[in-house]
Design a binder for this molecule. Structure first.
Ligand code: PLP
Length: 323
């Protein structure tokens, strides 16, 4: 017996990277390699022929649709970022809704009550737990320093023997951000985004899982909420986006919607990096659409656990003269 145990576990040798051992946030969900592949998993399990997805989302979601030959139609969202559903969702069709910035869980709850074939994209809402056991997926790298990783809530499993992913070669940007600086790692980050395209569905790598189990999730959520509340207190008056957030929400960013489209660039010039959600919307949506306006005018201010209120004050100080 003893021998057998020894043959499985290596003893001795050099000391590996040290990470604290804690709990995963979603130990009971299916842990996969990417959010887009989690969507592929859903589409393959449910055998949907058609999907309705928002104009306002990330283009990588098209990957599984093209791969599986699923027909897709875009739909609009209104000024509350709620879906405008003016079409029938047939038996083999489904609707994908994005929990925008982690602030739309109330809408997710409403949709889950009335729409049968619903898929929730919680890539921007890591902390929002699945509602009504809806098919729901998450992408870990939007919230934490991991190169990949996704979770999926689905009642049926595919029954496939999935290979396990390996993330070793996708760490350059994460390591450089610590050892050099975030700017130096940016090209590697873009390269990593490319590496994540067109992969088969795999189980989450052991490395990503190990990092994810070393995180203090309560602390991260608390910091995000506090930073968000501070920015809202300081900038809420200027924000033309109506935010109906609840105390439970753990937002991804503070979405500041302003009339002046040059604000984003002015912040970037001051080394306050704000992402555009999503550049592909310029190609997908009409120039007069609300989606186009959001892509162009929405300033997504970072509020994550790297930052304190002192950092939020720096952001506010940079923004106040501009708005
Ligand atoms: C809203 C949204 N959903 C899904 C994804 C896909 O996640 P992943 O990169 O893990 O495939 C992204 C971004 O990549 C996203 O922005």
């Amino acid at each position: 017996m003893e021998r057998e145990t020894h043959s499985h576990k290596t003893i001795g040798g050099y000391i590996p990277l040290e990470l604290s051992k804690g709990e995963l946030y979603y130990p009971d969900l299916i842990a996969l390699n990417t959010g887009r592949n989690a969507l592929e998993y859903v589409l393959r399990t449910r055998k949907y022929a058609t999907i309705y997805l928002p104009y306002y989302t990330c283009e990588v979601l098209l990957e599984p649709l093209q791969k599986l030959n699923v027909q897709y139609h875009f739909y609009y969202i209104d000024e509350d970022l709620d879906p405008v559903i003016d079409f029938e969702i047939g038996e083999h069709c489904c609707l994908l809704y994005t929990n925008y910035f982690g602030l739309k869980t109330e809408t997710v709850k409403k949709l889950a009550k009335k729409i049968k074939n619903l898929i929730i994209d919680n890539a921007q809402a890591f902390f929002s737990k699945p509602v009504n056991n809806c098919d729901t997926f998450y992408s870990c790298r939007k919230f934490f320093g991991v190169p990949d990783g996704a979770y999926l809530n689905i009642s049926n499993t595919l029954g496939l023997n999935l290979k396990q992913d390996q993330s070793t070669d996708r760490f350059a940007h994460l390591i450089k951000s610590i050892d050099v600086n975030i700017e130096e790692g940016y090209t590697d980050y873009i390269e990593n985004n490319k590496q994540l395209c067109n992969n088969e569905i795999k189980m989450m790598s052991v490395l990503t899982k190990t990092i994810l189990s070393s995180i203090d999730y309560d602390k991260c959520a608390d910091i995000r909420r506090k930073n968000f509340a501070y920015l809202d207190e300081q900038l809420g008056q200027e924000n033309i986006l109506r935010l109906n957030f609840s105390r439970e929400d753990v937002p991804m960013v503070y979405p500041l919607l302003v009339e002046d489209p040059s604000i984003k660039q002015q912040l970037i010039n001051q080394k306050i990096f704000v992402a555009t959600y999503w550049p592909n919307v310029y190609e997908w949506a009409h120039v007069d659409s609300y989606e186009y306006f959001l892509a162009k005018h929405l300033v997504s201010l970072p509020i994550d656990h790297r930052y304190s209120i002192a950092d939020m004050k720096v952001i506010v100080k940079a923004l106040k003269p501009l708005i």
